[in-house]
Write a new protein. Structure first.
Length: 471
């Protein structure tokens, strides 16, 4: 290109000089002389062709130049323009584009980075497909890519990736409790008709490994008892049952004080606690099933109980106050006011995150308070990190995900009430939809965090995959 440019410059000088010599015009000689000097200066500064072009401003006065000379000058201008156009086309071919912006720079940087490492990221390897196939697979590609990129990272707060796994008709009537076993292979469920089942998760809960029905005893709750082969089964009666999964035998346990009825329960790795209608709380050994301690609150209106993740503290909700019972000293060490709850039945559900960072309460008004765990142990009126007001009916149950990144909220007092809250942002996922499922009366996360299961008043359970935690 530089060779072509030099040839063009010599041709331009020769044509104009010949015109000046032929007409013997002093003015033209002066103009050409100045122009040649300018060209020499430009050649020293830059080799670009357009700087040697004879512009309209430097063109000789047509009055002093005949028709033939004008045609020659016009011809050489056209030749120069052709050369400029050829130069631009060659530059476009070299650059691969007629224009360039910041996106091109970014793409070049990415390509260079990948080349220098001699590695192409797996997510960037997309096989060539026809247009129709690409449109069909587009959504799936994005879905799989997001899972792959976020699988080992933190859960994102904007959209929850989940998918249905199976639906099973498990009981004839309303399901009152759902509990995954710690090995995630078994599911314990109870119904208002007094039936309980232990079903295999791998079989989609279709066939019960153990089942029994207690006549005249409506089951309101259940749980696997750690460090034993027993399950706890109870209702609002003056007694409760344990069932041995090995011997398939049940044992009846009566409350101490006559016709008092069982109200609430809580389970830890060492103890299970039950409260009765007099306000008495009994702490029972998981191994021996014997009472190791009892304490009584001033009021009988105990609305919820739960253990800390390490089992050292038992939280008991009563008339808007939450009492903290230390299982080591066997005494109440602290109590605090649940923010915004003033009625006797205000706090009806509590849960503690497994990492010990968060404590949450659900209320009769539908409000959920999320606290920093340390604050509820040290302050009498702790301020919540967040007050969640996305439910307008009484909360039935709240529960933390095993990985502490989700809080579930459900209610059986209205249809399709299930909220999943992201932690630590406290954002409520707007894309979680349980439309037409009915009233949700029980819920649990699998212990590995990969699934969650909900149950309705019609005896149906639905299990979902949490895609972020799939491996």
């Amino acid at each position: 290109m530089q060779k072509k440019t030099a040839t063009s410059k010599k041709r331009t000088t020769k044509v104009v000089a010949a015109s000046a010599e032929k007409n013997q015009v002093d003015e033209m000689e002066s103009i050409l002389k100045n122009d040649i000097i300018k060209q020499d200066d430009d050649e020293q500064d830059t080799p670009i062709v357009k700087d040697t072009k004879v512009s309209k401003k430097s063109k000789p006065n047509p009055v002093n130049i005949n028709q033939e000379e004008q045609e020659e000058i016009q011809e050489q201008e056209e030749q120069i323009e052709e050369q400029e156009q050829e130069q631009e086309e060659e530059q476009e071919e070299n650059n691969g584009a007629a224009w360039k912006d910041e996106d091109d720079d970014q793409e070049e940087n990415i390509e260079q980075s990948s080349t220098s490492l001699n590695v192409v990221p797996n997510w960037a390897k997309i096989e060539e497909k026809d247009e129709k196939q690409q449109e069909e697979d587009n959504e799936n590609i994005i879905f799989q890519s997001n899972i792959k990129l976020t699988k080992d990272a933190y859960l994102r707060p904007n959209r929850l990736r989940y998918s249905p796994k199976y639906n099973t008709k498990l009981h004839r009537g309303e399901i009152t409790s759902l509990n995954y076993h710690e090995n995630d292979q078994l599911m314990l469920s109870t119904s208002v008709d007094g039936t309980f089942k232990v079903s295999a998760v791998a079989d989609q809960l279709k066939n019960a490994l153990h089942t029994a029905k207690f006549k005249g005893f409506s089951l309101t709750g259940s749980d696997f008892i750690p460090q034993s082969d027993d399950v706890l089964l109870f209702g609002n009666r003056e007694f409760y049952y344990t069932f041995d999964l090995q011997t398939e035998k049940s044992q009846k346990h009566s409350l101490r004080n006559g016709k008092n009825t069982l109200q609430k329960y809580a389970m830890s790795k060492d103890y299970y606690c039950i409260s009765d209608s007099t306000g008495r709380v009994s702490m029972i050994s998981n191994k021996s099933k014997s009472i190791v301690n009892e304490f009584k609150l001033p009021s009988s209106d105990i609305t919820s109980m739960t253990f800390s993740n390490d089992g050292d503290i038992l939280f008991v909700a009563c008339e808007g106050m939450i009492h903290c019972f230390n299982t080591t000293t066997m005494s109440i060490q602290h109590k605090f006011k649940d923010f915004g709850n003033f009625s006797k039945t205000g706090t009806n559900s509590m849960t503690v995150s497994s990492n010990g960072h968060y404590f949450a309460t659900g209320s009769e008004s539908g409000i959920v308070n999320s606290y920093e765990y340390s604050s509820v142990l040290n302050k009498t009126e702790p301020t919540p990190l967040k007050t969640i007001e996305s439910v307008v009916v009484p909360v039935s149950q709240i529960k933390f995900h095993p990985n502490n990144e989700l809080l579930s909220i459900h209610s059986k007092y209205a249809s399709d009430v299930l909220k999943l809250v992201h932690y630590p942002t406290h954002s409520v996922y707007q894309n979680v939809n349980t439309k037409n499922f009915g009233k949700i009366c029980a819920m649990d996360f699998s212990l590995d965090g990969k699934h969650f299961t909900i149950a309705n008043t019609g005896g149906v359970v639905s299990t979902f995959n949490l895609e972020h935690y799939q491996k």
